[in-house]
Design a protein around this ligand. Structure first.
Ligand SMILES: *[C@@H]1O[C@H](CO)[C@@H](O)[C@H](O)[C@H]1NC(C)=O
Ligand SMILES: *[C@@H]1O[C@H](CO)[C@@H](O)[C@H](O)[C@H]1NC(C)=O
Ligand SMILES: *[C@@H]1O[C@H](CO)[C@@H](O)[C@H](O)[C@H]1NC(C)=O
Ligand SMILES: *[C@@H]1O[C@H](CO)[C@@H](O)[C@H](O)[C@H]1NC(C)=O
Ligand SMILES: *[C@@H]1O[C@H](CO)[C@@H](O)[C@H](O)[C@H]1NC(C)=O
Ligand SMILES: *[C@@H]1O[C@H](CO)[C@@H](O)[C@H](O)[C@H]1NC(C)=O
Ligand SMILES: *[C@@H]1O[C@H](CO)[C@@H](O)[C@H](O)[C@H]1NC(C)=O
Length: 463
């Protein structure tokens, strides 16, 4: 039923009987699958060329570093390659951010290109009249009219998403844990309870912000059952729909609940824009230190965000959903600037949540920052912490340094570094997946109790 409704909707937006973007199994090199991307321009889009862009090109480990990638195109893909986003201020950005020229189909007026892609989630948009070859430099980006993003309002998300299955004949890394369950009747209710955004997570206004909610499939079917809640924060320039659109987190959670690896859990994705104060106002007082930004300005900003969430969002969630009000059933996670917000929660709301997932934190508190002081805040030793970043992530050093500080404070933690990732959504999908599967709602604190002293006394290995 839902599938049918979706097809009709797609046909309507794409124009009657128009072609839509589809995934096709080829059983041939390089990946075993191809995507037929189709852009049907509307009556006012008079493009003389269209570039397909959005996902970074590929690298393999020999040619990848924080400042280097060869930027292989999908046609050159090999099973040892991964899509790697180069951050603009490091190295050869163009190597990863090239686009692919689409061809005009003279019969239909559509723009088309066929692209082989491996398993996982691919974010893309169409860039008309962009001649630079690098989609980042294009003036206009149009999401796929045949595959609209999950978003709170049109324009909230700038990229469409398409997901591909795994083919073991051609591929090594299986990312099909990101794909929707085959049986749609087992999906969570983010997909069906809001009439305005049918087939999409619901978005509601709380104290002027949108918020995204995911409810597990069984929600509402078991009398008096209370559910644990995971709050997830976006990063800088992001929004509450990022986790759904860019990470397809509802699919990841659906699958883990379905296999019994995760207890049915409610997700709340927040938004810290339009709070009446801006990050920039707080940044004015932040100064550059040797390596990291001074976090005083940020700490102030994120403490204001924290206060706002406690005044509005948390009480609203508690009132409107069947949630457990025990801190052992509340968790908080976030990426990048949202990773720093997770610090603000960890250090300043320590026992309100039992579990924290800090992903690619930036900027990170200095190692010597008194916030880490577990003698001052012993509860830091009682909560569950999982931390990590991408191996080619600009925040890699910061993520590791704070682990050292935790160890010095005898605070235990788990960590996961996405080996095939930089500062990009595939990294946060993977860390979140590991966190949900291996850590969330498991006994806290996480990890073997290892003090730095014990660590230092481990025998050294000669190479
Ligand atoms: C055509 O598409 C463009 C870009 O998405 C949009 O700005 C414009 O409003 C659309 N025009 C019509 C008539 O739908
Ligand atoms: C693309 O360029 C053509 C001229 O070559 C122009 O007529 C058209 O308005 C442009 N379209 C967009 C979307 O900028
Ligand atoms: C920046 O610092 C000045 C001087 O300490 C202070 O008056 C001002 O309130 C600070 N601004 C912000 C946004 O924190
Ligand atoms: C949790 O809920 C119970 C029952 O509604 C209430 O008595 C208690 O005060 C609540 N605890 C917190 C920490 O909100
Ligand atoms: C940590 O807190 C203890 C007790 O309050 C204090 O003696 C110590 O100086 C603090 N250390 C740091 C690095 O702030
Ligand atoms: C905790 O928050 C209060 C106000 O919200 C702030 O004054 C204090 O500095 C914060 N502490 C830390 C460790 O961030
Ligand atoms: C960490 O644990 C070790 C071993 O028990 C102890 O010697 C050390 O003082 C502890 N460090 C802190 C900061 O509590």
């Amino acid at each position: 039923m839902r599938g049918l409704a979706l097809l009709i909707e797609l046909a309507l937006v794409a124009g009657t009987l128009g072609k839509v973007t589809t995934v096709r199994k080829t059983g041939t090199k390089p990946t075993g699958y191809e995507v037929d991307f189709v852009f049907t321009p509307n009556s006012t889009t008079h493009a003389s060329s269209v570039l397909l862009g959005g996902f970074p090109f590929f690298s393999e480990s020999l040619h990848a570093s924080l400042s280097k990638t060869d930027g292989y195109s999908p046609y050159e893909w090999g099973s040892n390659m991964f899509s790697m986003r180069m951050t603009p201020d490091y190295g050869n950005e163009a190597g990863t951010l090239s686009g692919l020229e689409m061809k005009r189909n003279e019969k239909t007026g559509d723009w088309e290109v066929t692209v082989p892609l491996p398993s996982g989630t691919w974010l893309y948009a169409y860039y008309p009249n962009c001649t630079t070859g690098n989609w980042r430099n294009c003036d206009v980006a149009i999401v796929d009219p045949s595959n609209l993003p999950i978003e709170a309002f049109p324009g909230d998300q700038s990229l469409s998403a398409i997901q591909l299955p795994f083919d073991p004949t051609f591929q090594v890394n299986d990312y099909s844990w990101q794909l929707p369950l085959q049986d749609a009747s087992k999906e969570g209710m983010s997909a069906s309870i809001d009439t305005h955004h049918q087939g999409q997570p619901i978005h509601i206004q709380v104290n002027i912000h949108d918020v995204g909610i995911y409810l597990p499939n069984e929600y509402g079917k078991i009398r008096n059952k209370k559910y644990p809640v995971l709050y997830l924060s976006n990063g800088g320039q992001g929004s509450d729909s990022d986790w759904f659109q860019q990470a397809q987190i509802h699919n990841i959670v659906d699958r883990l609940i379905n296999t019994g690896e995760l207890e049915p859990t409610i997700l709340v994705t927040l938004n810290w824009y339009d709070l009446g104060f801006t990050l920039e106002e707080y940044q004015t007082n932040a100064t550059l230190q040797a390596e990291y930004l001074d976090v005083v300005g940020y700490a102030r900003f994120f403490n204001r965000v924290r206060e706002n969430l406690f005044s509005y969002l948390m009480p609203w969630v508690d009132e409107n959903y069947e949630v457990s009000n025990s801190s052992s059933h509340r968790a908080f996670g976030g990426l990048a600037l949202g990773g720093t917000l997770t610090y603000a929660m960890l250090f300043n709301a320590t026992d309100y949540f039992s579990s924290y997932c800090v992903m690619s934190p930036t900027p990170a508190p200095d190692g010597g920052d008194g916030q880490y002081n577990a003698s001052f805040n012993p509860d830091l030793r009682n909560v569950g912490i999982l931390t990590g970043a991408g191996f080619y992530d600009t925040t890699f050093d910061a993520a590791r340094n704070w682990e050292t500080t935790l160890a010095e404070q005898n605070v235990t933690y788990l960590s996961h570094y996405a080996m095939n990732g930089a500062h990009q959504w595939s990294t946060w999908q993977e860390i979140a997946y590991i966190y949900l599967r291996e850590a969330l709602w498991k006994p806290v604190p996480y990890g073997r109790k290892t003090s730095l002293k014990q660590f230092n006394s481990l025998p050294l290995i000669d190479f």
